[in-house]
Design a protein around this ligand. Sequence first.
Ligand code: CMC
Length: 430
Amino acid sequence: MPQAPAKLSIEDKVYELPVIIGTENEKAVDIRNLRAQSGFIAYDDGYANTGACESAVTYIDGDAGILRYRGYPIEELAEKSYFIETAFLVIYGRLPGASELTSFRSKILGSALIHEGMRSHFAGFPATAHPMAVLSSMLNTLGCYYPEMVTNDRENDLAHLDTAATMLLSKVRTLTAMAFRVRNGLPIVYPKPAYNYSENFLHMMFSQPYADYPVHPDVAKALDLIFLLHADHEQNCSTSTVRMVASGGANLFASASAGVCALWGPLHGGANQAVIEMLEKIHADGDDGTRFIQACHEGKGKLMGFGHRVYKNYDPRAKIIKAQCDKVLAALGRKDPLLDIARKLEERALSDDYFKSRNLYPNVDFYSGIILRAIGIPTDMFTVIFAIGRMPGWIAQWKEIAENPKQKIHRPRQIYTGETLRKYVPIAQR
Ligand code: CMC
């Protein structure tokens, strides 16, 4: 049934604005013609109330704690699927058939090598370079080696999308492992056909020329789960950045590289690094979390890994990851005092008025760092792990933009608050 338009009354005029309803009954007022009709624009700093696109990739109901990729609940995918199958689902919108999946996997395996010329780029980074800076630069550099896919001509770049997608999924893993190996003066290790995606990542990170890293199945499974849980998350900061860059016609490699930069910040993907640094500080200070929670009340601290722009309930990804922590620590025969602190902080925050009244719950980053730390991933590489996991989402969202013939360049407006017209004064008169 067609929806009655919304009516907006400004000054002495009433404007009719169409209403859009999504497949999950999400509602929007379409203001695309508002400025042309009225001279007014909509103002929404931080875009908390702005739908920037229509998208068929991911559905989130933040109040109910629901997350679905292409209609499939995250809990079901986490239990029954694995990262590469889910990556196919996210990119192409359907679960792959058996032969499609075999071919997708073998293309990913076959794309793992990095052009030898890129080694010299790694050598150019100082040892202090943050891995997110390295990854972002390397993804853009990677595109330079495949000029036939990086033309910024939509039709051509889309024609190469399948190859570019498998290449990015594969090479983001190799580039991450290479960054780690080069920084530590270790020789590069390439993947083995017998290993799956996450097993190969662990192998490429930690194997030595004289001894393979013993990949524990529970550890590989937990890492795979972390990748899968990060595969997409609709219009977050980095994905919006990817779409923004893509809307100008830029190729997939450049758009993904921009996504890595946007992901880096501690309010977004960088929160997983910030959580561990926060827990380490609480531990070093001999605090059991009480003083830290008090500091949050006074506005002097932020409980990293808590809160979310969209979830006003428990992040469903956090529930799944939390359950994995014990499993991984047991598999590796470890105990981690930071896990005890994290649990205590969570327990307190969930019954604390400050956090309750603001609907602040653990998000995906609160417990993922405990697992990554146990595996031996350096803290400053946690956000790179997020980036590997998010690659299918960035590809899918780039594809949505590129395949839309009506796609307009993203170009928000502003409310200017600077000086009004001034007259230039020559230097001698100032
Ligand atoms: N600890 C303490 N107070 C908080 C926190 C927190 N983690 N998060 C929000 N608040 C308070 C905030 O100070 C504000 O209080 P008041 O109303 O008194 O001014 C209120 O809650 C609303 O917060 P906001 O900053 O307006 O909310 P937002 O939607 O703009 O920000 C957020 C969302 C995720 C940036 C924020 O909750 C935060 O900074 N969390 C910590 C960083 C983090 O864990 N980020 C990872 C998000 S999940 C991974 C991803 O997909 O990016």
